[in-house]
Design a binder for this molecule. Structure first.
Ligand code: HEM
Length: 373
C-alpha cells in the first residue's frame, strides 16, 4: 500500500482513514534533562519519518551496520511495505509538571479529566507523559514502529503501558465502510469525517487564540480502555441490544429509520407512546443535539487481551477520540453517558489518557515538540 505522507499542516493518524491495526504506547520520561528529551524527540522524528515511508528506523538499517554493534533497526519489518503506517505523538498533563520548565505552556484545554460516574481506572495503565499512536494495516508494522521508538528512547523514557488493537471501530472517511465493534454493532456511523472540512475546523483542530500558540493546528486526544462484559452481552436479546444503542444491528440504521445514514428521529414514539429511541439509548445521549452541537472524531480499536483466568474474554474497546477542547466535548458527553447510558451495565472504563497532540511537521528539519520546547 502507498505510504501516508508524514509532513503536513496536521499530524497524520487523526483524519487519515482509520487503518486496521493499532499499537498505542504511553511513556514516562525518566531523564531529568530537558536537552536529552529534546534530542530524543528529534531522533524519534527522523526514525518515524523513515518508518512511515517503509524504510528502516535508522540509516544503516537492520543488517547494514557494523557487525559488532546492535542494529539501528530491529528487523521485523524488512521486506514489508509501509502498510499505511502513521505515527502520532501527544504530550500528557504530567509533562507540564515543572520538570522541564513547561508549566506555563500547559494548555487550559489539557485540564485533568474529572472523575466520571462508574469508572474503575487502574493507575498503572492510565496517563503518561508522552503517547505514541501507531496505526497500520499490518500489526507487525505498527509493533515495529513502537518497538523502535522505545529502543531509541532507552534511558530517557520508559514504557508505562501499551495497547494493541484490531478491527478499527470507527470510519474517519466517507470512502470507508463502517466496521463493527465487539458487541457486533457498526461503530463510527455518525463520526466526524475527513470530508467534513467546516466541522473539522470547528470541532477538531485547535485554532489560534484557543490556547498557547504551540498547539495551533493540533488536537486533543482522549483514550479510554473500556472492558466489555462480553458473556453477559451475548446472553442479552437482540431487541434489548438494539434498544441500548438505539440502532439496529444488521444495517446500523437508527431505530425507526431504514438506512445506516438516516438521521435519528428522537421525537418519534411507538403506538404505546414510548420513544422509538429509548431515553437512555447510547446514540441519543451521545448525539450532538444533546450537547450543544459538540462532536468527537472517534478513532478507536477492538482489543482482546486473552482471557482473565475466570473463563471470560478480557476484551472491549480501546476508545480514542480527538477534539478541539475536551472540556467542551469529551467531558460533558462522558458525564452524561456515565450517568445514564443503558450500555453501562455491560462495560467498565478501566484506563484513561489525555494528550495534547501538536500540529503537523513542516519538513525534514522540523521535529516533534519544536513548537513546545
Ligand atoms: C455512537 C458504541 C463508548 C461517543 C456509537 C454507536 C455505537 C457505539 C454502536 C452508533 C454508531 C455510530 O454513530 O458510531 C460504543 C461502545 C462503547 C462506546 C460499544 C463502549 C464500549 C463511547 C464513549 C463515547 C462515545 C466513551 C464518548 C464519551 C459516541 C458518539 C456517538 C457514538 C459521540 C455518535 C452519536 C451520534 O451522533 O449519533 N457508539 N460507544 N461512545 N458514540 Fe459510542
Amino acid at each position: 500500500s502507498d505510504p501516508v505522507p508524514f509532513y503536513g499542516e496536521h499530524q497524520a493518524g487523526i483524519v487519515t482513514p482509520a487503518q486496521d491495526r493499532l499499537h498505542f504506547v504511553s511513556f514516562d520520561v525518566t531523564t531529568k534533562k530537558r536537552a536529552e528529551l529534546v534530542d530524543m524527540l528529534q531522533e524519534w522524528t527522523v526514525a518515524a519519518a523513515r518508518m512511515t515511508q517503509g524504510k528502516d528506523a535508522g540509516t544503516f538499517g537492520a543488517v547494514g551496520g557494523a557487525i559488532e554493534a546492535p542494529p539501528d533497526d530491529t528487523g521485523e519489518a524488512l521486506g514489508l511495505p509501509p502498510s499505511g503506517l502513521t505515527i502520532t505523538i501527544g504530550f500528557g498533563p504530567s509533562l507540564f509538571d515543572g520538570r522541564f520548565g513547561l508549566g506555563a505552556k500547559r494548555p487550559a484545554a489539557l485540564a485533568d479529566l474529572p472523575k466520571f460516574p462508574a469508572e474503575d481506572l487502574l493507575a498503572d495503565i492510565s496517563g503518561g507523559d508522552i503517547c505514541v499512536q501507531a496505526c497500520a494495516h499490518d500489526p507487525q508494522i505498527a509493533v515495529h514502529a513502537i518497538r523502535n521508538l522505545a529502543r531509541i528512547g532507552f534511558g530517557k523514557v520508559s514504557v508505562r503501558w501499551s495497547q494493541l488493537g484490531f478491527g478499527r471501530t470507527s470510519s474517519t472517511s466517507r470512502a470507508q465502510s463502517t466496521a463493527r465493534n465487539l458487541m457486533g454493532f457498526k461503530d463510527g456511523t455518525n463520526n466526524l469525517k475527513l470530508e467534513d472540512a467546516a466541522l473539522l475546523r470547528q470541532q477538531l483542530w485547535a485554532a489560534p487564540g484557543d490556547g498557547p500558540a504551540w498547539m495551533d493546528g493540533g488536537s486533543y486526544m482522549v483514550t479510554r480502555k473500556i472492558r466489555m462484559n462480553i458473556e453477559t452481552w451475548d446472553r442479552t436479546s437482540l431487541s434489548e441490544q438494539q434498544q441500548i444503542f438505539g440502532r439496529d444491528k444488521g444495517e446500523g440504521a437508527p431505530l425507526g429509520g431504514k438506512h445506516e445514514f438516516d438521521e435519528p428521529d428522537f421525537a418519534a414514539k411507538g403506538a404505546d407512546g414510548t420513544p422509538t429511541i429509548a431515553v437512555d439509548a447510547h446514540v441519543r445521549l451521545a448525539h450532538p443535539s444533546s450537547h450543544g452541537g459538540a462532536r468527537l472524531l472517534r478513532r478507536g480499536y477492538n482489543y482482546v487481551d486473552g482471557s482473565d483466568g475466570l473463563g471470560r474474554l478480557d476484551a472491549g474497546l480501546f476508545f480514542i477520540a480527538y477534539q478541539r477542547d475536551p472540556r467542551k466535548q469529551f467531558v460533558p458527553i462522558q458525564m452524561e453517558l456515565g450517568r445514564t447510558d443503558s450500555l453501562n451495565e455491560y462495560i467498565k472504563h478501566v484506563s484513561s489518557g489525555l494528550f495534547a497532540c501538536p500540529p503537523g511537521l513542516r519538513d525534514a528539519g522540523d521535529y516533534w515538540g519544536r513548537t513546545l520546547f
